[in-house]
Design a protein around this ligand. Structure first.
Ligand SMILES: *Cc1c(COP(=O)(O)O)cnc(C)c1O
Length: 844
């Protein structure tokens, strides 16, 4: 990076520019690869140990230290040599052949744009709330490791999500510290002539200026937008203040900035992604802007542009509740997008509303962003196998008359970025066993390598990890008590709480009802009994934020804190405030067991439990989300049996008792049963299996490879095919679609017959086509999956007659003839059915 370039990149330009070597430090500080690669930590610590400890933000350290200190350090040849090495390593990494290059050299995929409302990358960039941001951040980091060409697109919130304080009553306090852009590890996006790239978009009656930023994430990039531009009206400057802030109007404005502004930003940068990954319905408006952009480029209509571009749009849904989707009423859509629909898309408000409604013409229905995402994408997935199933039920309404298993939702199970969540101890252990480059390839050999680790090595690793956590908890707890104004004796006691030898359980997540964050408190006496057993004591660390405007969530936190106070359990239970990425890191690195108690089947995936895997922690969880596919008795513990019971069963009581029983009869004894070398053999065996078999599977490395091969690559091809020759294929698709829509009502079965033949049946169907081209549909015999039999879809072949067409097919089967039905579904131009066309006609 030249001096000139660096000077331009500074927002405030107060860094001295003439110190030799400073440009290298800047390069390192502005690549948040430091959030998972800790090779340079010592450098920052050396420059300002106290500030480094408090912020873990190299960029702040660099901007804060004195000119003298910088000059002095950079004059030290050893220091400078180390920096040169780090720069060389970084450059080496940037040109090293990656998994993507090795496996997909000639793929027509040059750019995937990943749109998300939140990204959780580092505590130095607080633009996230929880799991959704975690998924986005970790996948971006893995895309960097694997060399998959992904750019993230998000919002830069001036305040982000609230920070949590707790008072002595256990009441949650919400704080909103300001995200000072000059202190965040990002730079303004500048045009070649140095002008800051700002975008203008229209909100009702007034244009809004958006500022643009870039975050370097290893090889990948994250682009951010905000509306706090001095040229804007105050009402507009505040749009991007808070993540999930109050009010439906703010929400839609944020979504317009992200979806519409985000696509404009990519285009202004000259990027033309083949694939657009829509992470949760919030970001679905990009579908409209991408289509609008294509309309101008190819001179086609909105419907034609949508038929082309949706082949390159992918939607990942994250919720298990239909109430979680953003819904906007027609007046809101008219206010904010009415003019955009008419002028930019050339469609009526009604057509736009139709894209977000279950029934296009139903004027009472609001606009559902999840539905827009479905209608504007070429593929959809849920985030675990179980969540795929749940989502098929959730989206059933927009596929009327289609069997639930055919609702087009696939699944890619989430994973976490192991290099970001492992502790230094874990990193050392894994490096010794599996090598430094272990997270960058296909992870095939990890299982074998980890299986070779001795009991001694593993148990020592575990003890050291727990030890570190206990020190952290003591420090943090002391600080928390001080801040909340507790008496000195109490603060003094914090220095001695917990015991590094005691079984340590962890539980941290958002305090929302379905997570059942208070299930452990179901029977307080039983919990106390388990915790305080003198021979086999247990300690539990808890953390979590309740949504700031949710009194019920806040009362759950209060309940924990009052429980601890009432029974004076400070030596056994600690509630740490301000759950964030940093706190999670400390917890998942040290706990022996990570507990998760969602109400089945409400946890789409859950990711926090995956973070303990690499660190040798073991999961104890309801068989929901990822754990439903990860669990076996060799790797952890399961609460319940992965079934949903009716309302007459008190599920909470049943699950709580199962949880207490597991702790009492399995977890605690296994931890405290020691051999002659003081090693809990059964425990270590579980730990080893969990590390060896689950870490590779629930790594975001696997997730990103799966997205790439299952979706990004084929979707890029499909999109390019449709877009070729100014959207020729897309235009045909739109035409057939319109034709089918117009004539489908008259399509009918005249007669359907099944005759028994040897080993099966011969099916006959005569069909009246009402002018529809038979080549554009598929007449098929269908049978549901049943009694362990696979579902059946067999295409019938046809003969034209004067008035109608005759179709027939022979089927070899032992199933009853009543299992089979004949049906007609759209089939043309390789479209995805029913996602792109949900028409269907059943024989009966
Ligand atoms: C990992 C993480 C989450 C997500 O945890 P779940 O298991 O999905 O509930 C939420 N918040 C933070 C700060 C995290 O690190």
């Amino acid at each position: 990076m030249s001096q000139k370039r660096f000077f331009q990149d500074q927002l405030y330009g107060f860094l001295p520019t003439d110190i030799d070597g400073l440009d290298m430090l800047i390069e390192l500080a502005l690549d948040i690869r430091w959030s998972w690669n800790h090779a340079a930590d010592k450098i920052w610590k050396h420059l300002d140990p106290a500030l480094w400890e408090l912020t873990h933000n190299p960029w702040i350290v660099l901007q804060t230290v004195s000119r003298n200190q910088l000059e002095r350090q950079l004059a030290d040849p050893a220091f400078k040599r180390r920096i040169r090495e780090l720069i060389a390593e970084r450059e080496q990494e940037a040109i090293a052949t990656t998994w993507f290059q090795q496996n997909h050299t000639h793929a027509p995929l040059t750019c995937v744009a990943y749109f998300s409302m939140e990204f959780m990358l580092t505590e130095a960039l607080t633009i996230y709330s929880g799991g959704l941001g975690n998924v986005a951040g970790d996948q971006l980091k893995s895309a960097s490791d694997l060399g998959v060409p992904v750019v993230g697109v998000g919002l830069l919130y001036q305040q982000g999500y609230f920070r949590q304080g707790l008072d002595q009553n256990g009441d949650q306090l919400a704080m909103f510290p300001y995200n000072e852009p000059g202190q965040l590890p990002l730079t303004p996006l500048r045009l070649p002539d140095g002008e800051w790239l700002r975008l203008k978009i229209d909100l009702p009656g007034y244009p809004v200026w958006l500022r643009t930023w870039q975050v370097q994430v290893g090889r990948a990039r994250l682009y951010l937008l905000d509306s706090n531009d001095a040229a804007n009206l105050p009402v507009h400057r505040g749009i991007t203040s808070e993540l999930y802030g109050d009010g439906i109007d703010t929400r839609i404005k944020q979504e317009i900035i992200l979806g519409i502004g985000g696509w404009k930003l990519l285009r202004a940068l000259g990027l033309k992604p083949e694939v657009c990954h829509i992470n949760e319905g919030h970001t679905a408006l990009v579908i409209l802007e991408r289509a609008s952009d294509y309309m101008k480029e190819a001179g086609v209509s909105f419907e034609e542009a949508l038929a082309v571009t949706r082949a390159g749009n992918h939607f990942t849904t994250h919720t298990t509740l239909s109430s979680s989707f953003d819904r906007f009423n027609a007046a809101t859509i008219e206010q904010f997008l009415g003019s955009y629909a008419r002028h930019d898309l050339g469609i009526s408000l009604n057509r736009l509303m139709g894209l977000g409604r279950e029934t296009a013409g139903n004027e009472n229905e609001p606009f559902n962003m999840g539905y827009l995402a479905f209608r504007g994408c070429g593929a959809v997935n849920g985030v675990s196998r179980l969540h795929g199933e749940v989502s098929r039920r959730l989206f059933e309404p927009i596929f009327p008359r289609w069997p639930t298993p055919e609702v087009p939702v696939g699944s890619v199970t989430n994973g976490v970025h192991m290099p970001a969540w492992d502790s230094e101890l874990a990193d050392n252990l894994w490096t010794k066993t599996c090598g430094k480059e272990r997270w960058k390839g296909t992870l095939d050999t990890l299982e074998q390598d980890i299986c070779c680790l001795s009991d001694e090595a593993l148990w020592q690793f575990r003890n050291q990890s727990r030890d570190k956590l206990v020190s952290f908890i003591r420090e943090r707890w002391e600080r928390q008590l001080n801040i909340s104004g507790y008496p000195t004796e109490m603060v003094e006691m914090a220095k001695r709480v917990f015991n590094p030898k005691v079984l340590t359980l962890g539980f941290a997540r958002r305090f929302v009802p379905y997570k059942r964050t208070n299930l452990l408190l179901h029977n307080p006496q039983r919990l106390i009994h388990l915790l305080t057993n003198e021979q086999r004591p247990v300690q539990l660390v808890v953390a979590g934020k309740a949504p700031p405007r949710d009194p019920a969530g806040k009362s759950l936190i209060r309940q924990w804190i009052q429980f601890i106070q009432q029974y004076h359990l400070y030596d056994h239970v600690i509630f740490l405030s301000d759950h964030d990425i940093f706190l999670t890191e400390q917890l998942v690195r040290g706990v022996d067991v990570w507990i998760n108690t969602p109400r089945y089947p409400m946890e789409a995936s859950g990711t926090s439990g995956m973070k303990v895997l690499v660190n040798g922690g073991i999961n104890l969880s309801v068989l929901d989300g990822w754990w439903a596919e990860a669990y076996s008795p060799e790797v952890g513990w399961a609460i319940g049996d992965g079934k949903q019971y009716g309302d007459d069963v008190d599920q909470d009581a049943t699950d709580a008792n199962a949880l207490y029983n597991l702790l009492e009869h399995e977890v605690i004894p296994e931890f405290y049963e020691r051999n002659a070398a003081d090693i809990p053999e059964r425990w270590v065996k579980k730990m080893r299996r969990s590390m060896a078999t689950l870490t590779p599977r629930f790594s975001s490395n696997r997730t990103v490879r799966e997205y790439t091969e299952k979706y990004y690559l084929p979707m890029a091809e499909r999109y390019l095919q449709r877009a070729a020759n100014r959207g020729e294929q897309g235009i045909r698709i739109a035409n057939v679609q319109a034709e089918l829509n117009n004539r489908w009502y008259g399509l009918s079965f005249i007669d359907v017959k099944a005759t028994a033949i040897a080993n099966g049946y011969l099916f006959h169907a005569s069909v009246f086509f009402n002018g529809i081209d038979p080549e554009k549909v598929c007449v098929e015999v269908f049978a549901n999956e049943e009694r362990g039999e696979e579902p059946v879809r067999v295409k019938m072949t046809g003969q034209p007659h004067e008035q109608y067409h005759e179709f027939s097919v022979e089927i070899t089967t032992k199933r009853a003839v009543s299992d089979y039905t004949v049906r007609i579904v759209p089939a043309y131009e390789n479209i995805s059915v029913p996602l792109e066309n949900n028409l269907i006609l059943w024989q009966r």
